[in-house]
Design a binder for this molecule. Structure first.
Ligand SMILES: Cc1ncc(C[n+]2csc(CCOP(=O)(O)OP(=O)(O)O)c2C)c(N)n1
Ligand code: SF4
Ligand SMILES: [Mg+2]
Length: 333
């Protein structure tokens, strides 16, 4: 089915009301029969991007699989806030793994389902950036290499939030965390370190790799749907602002995620078997300063002295992403 052309009635707005779309294109959350995979009553902070992202992603995965799905969850905020024993906000078959082995546990579940002849039941693994790009990375790479039939979703809030905001391999340069304090001549996290997990996933040439943010929940759902059309290893990397760790206002979670994409710092794209097949163009380009200024973790770049040199280095990173992915190309595909 060709995509319906959406009319944007509000100039400068990103809002696309569900009622402007065909029913099958509407967000899962508009369906009163949605599974509510992650139900109310959990203990996430106000404005938690991870809670929002996980709710949309897993409801979309449930819809895509006809509710035949098992989720495996690494230790981290998502698990801790949702599942204080003996309570749980999950309304789906859900397993808690260790901090570092969620991809391996998900692989095991997929293997068991295969042995049982249950090809109809699909497996989603999920975790934070620490569980995915640091301690769980060996397991994840093995899952990719073997092309195990799992969709792994990383909710990237760019630090170990659950244990008090320590740096991870996904923490961006200059960001202040508990272990990268804003002191010295190069305050915050170092430049030239860390990992680009989506690029490394692509290097495994697995069937599907995509990025998304909570600023565009339709897009997040579409990518989960697309991922479920493939068999084998798939990876979805979702940027999820954390008001507590980022020092952003809880009401700004969507805005901050959008500034990350519109500045070019977080490219949104899809790749199949190692090749980029689609990118989301920047609609209203902003400087990185606008993004950085909304978060206290970058406060030391503005007070007590403005660090134009560091801000320029971060802008250069955004400009490189824009060049690399062609993010300013507005031509119709
Ligand atoms: C082997 C091991 N080391 C450390 C911990 C403590 N620990 C639990 S969650 C966590 C950080 C989680 O960070 P991330 O994966 O980014 O998820 P977030 O909480 O940020 O969503 C740590 C260090 C643990 N559970 N197991
Ligand atoms: S610390 Fe951050 S990731 Fe954890 S529940 Fe709070 S807002 Fe969400
Ligand atoms: Mg994290």
């Amino acid at each position: 089915m060709s995509a319906q052309v959406v009319k944007f009635y509000q100039t400068g707005s990103f809002v696309v009301g569900n009622r402007l779309l065909d029913p099958e294109q509407r967000t899962v959350q508009s369906d009163r029969h949605r599974t509510n995979s992650l139900n109310s009553g959990h203990r996430a902070c106000q404005g938690c991007g991870e809670a929002l992202g996980a709710r949309y992603a897993l409801d979309a995965a449930m819809r895509a699989t006809g509710n035949q799905m098992v989720a495996v969850n690494a230790t981290g905020c998502l698990e801790v806030f949702s599942t204080p024993h003996p309570e749980s906000s999950w309304q789906i078959p859900w397993l808690h793994s260790l901090f570092g082995n969620a991809p391996a546990v998900a692989t095991g579940v997929a293997a068991a389902l295969k042995v049982k002849g249950r090809a109809d039941v699909r497996v989603v693994g999920q975790g934070g950036d620490g569980g995915t790009v640091d301690i769980g990375f060996g397991c994840l790479s093995g899952m990719f290499e073997r092309n195990d039939d799992v969709l792994f979703i990383c909710y990237d809030n760019e630090a170990y939030m659950n244990t008090g905001v320590q740096r991870s391999g996904a923490t961006p340069p200059a960001a202040r965390t508990a272990t990268t304090p804003a002191i010295g001549s190069r305050p915050g996290n170092a430049f030239g370190q860390g990992k680009n997990a989506p690029a490394i996933a692509m290097a495994h040439e697995i069937p599907y790799v995509a990025t998304a943010t909570v600023a565009d929940l339709h897009d997040l759902e579409a990518k989960v749907r697309r991922a479920m059309e493939f068999r084998g290893a798939r990876y979805l990397h979702v940027l999820v602002p954390c008001p507590l760790g980022w020092g952003s206002a809880p009401c700004d979670t969507i805005r901050v995620a959008r500034l990350a994409t519109q500045s070019g710092l977080f490219p949104v794209f899809e790749a199949e078997r190692g090749e980029v097949v689609a990118v989301t163009s920047i609609r209203n380009r902003v400087s990185v300063e606008e993004y950085l200024g909304a978060q206290k973790r970058y406060g030391h770049l503005f007070h007590p002295k403005r660090r134009s040199d560091v801000i320029a280095q971060i802008q250069a990173r955004a400009d490189r992403n824009i060049r690399r992915f062609g993010l300013l190309d507005t031509r119709e595909p």
